[in-house]
Design a protein around this ligand. Structure first.
Ligand code: HEC
Length: 155
């Protein structure tokens, strides 16, 4: 019985872990990206950067140096997929109630530590409804927020 419970617990945990994986956008190269980019770390980490094709080429070359195995065709397909779906300059706006720390960093030019502190705070104190509320949140610089207010969304 104990053994069965253990197995059940594990199955549940695994199912939850899989469910928590973010969905990648559909498109050519998606299957290859899922194959290549989740062997060593979470796929959410793989697709966190926003960069141009050259940047993605560098990232993928780095992963190959870390031991990522791929055929040339897979490498090319994933490079196209990432460049198309996670391009540089794509992120112009953020929803401050749902954005990841990394997106707050790039859109609002926050420091990593500030963005993380804000996300932690938001989990307990959010959601925010206005720019004035946001200005009072930890890590926020009111003058910078005014300058970037066109990029900020609350829902
Ligand atoms: C063979 C293992 C392996 C595979 C497969 C792999 N990575 Fe990585 N990746 C690493 C390691 C090792 C690090 C950095 C060390 C760490 O985990 O802190 C890393 C870190 C990263 C980072 C963080 C920033 C950086 O440049 O260090 C990004 C982005 C990334 N990987 C993207 C990808 C993408 C995209 C793919 C698929 C094309 C991929 N990884 C597949 C091993 C791998």
């Amino acid at each position: 019985m104990k053994k069965i419970m253990k197995l059940l617990g594990c199955a549940l945990f695994c199912a939850l872990t899989i469910a928590a994986q973010p969905q990648l956008p559909e498109g050519r190269g998606k299957a290859e990206a899922e194959k290549l980019c989740k062997g060593c770390h979470e796929i959410s980490r793989s697709v966190a950067p926003r960069q141009d094709r050259g940047g993605w080429y560098n990232t993928m070359s780095k992963m190959a140096a870390f031991g990522m195995k791929s055929t040339p065709a897979e490498f090319a397909a994933v490079l196209e997929y990432l460049s198309k779906n996670y391009p540089a300059g794509d992120l112009l706006r953020v929803n401050v109630n749902t954005a990841r720390a990394i997106d707050l960093e790039s859109v609002l030019s926050m420091r990593r530590s500030q963005a993380r502190a804000f996300v932690e705070w938001r989990e307990k104190n959010g959601p925010l409804k206005s720019l004035d509320e946001l200005k009072k949140a930890p890590g926020m610089d009111p003058a910078k927020l005014d300058a970037k207010k066109d990029r900020i969304q609350f829902e």
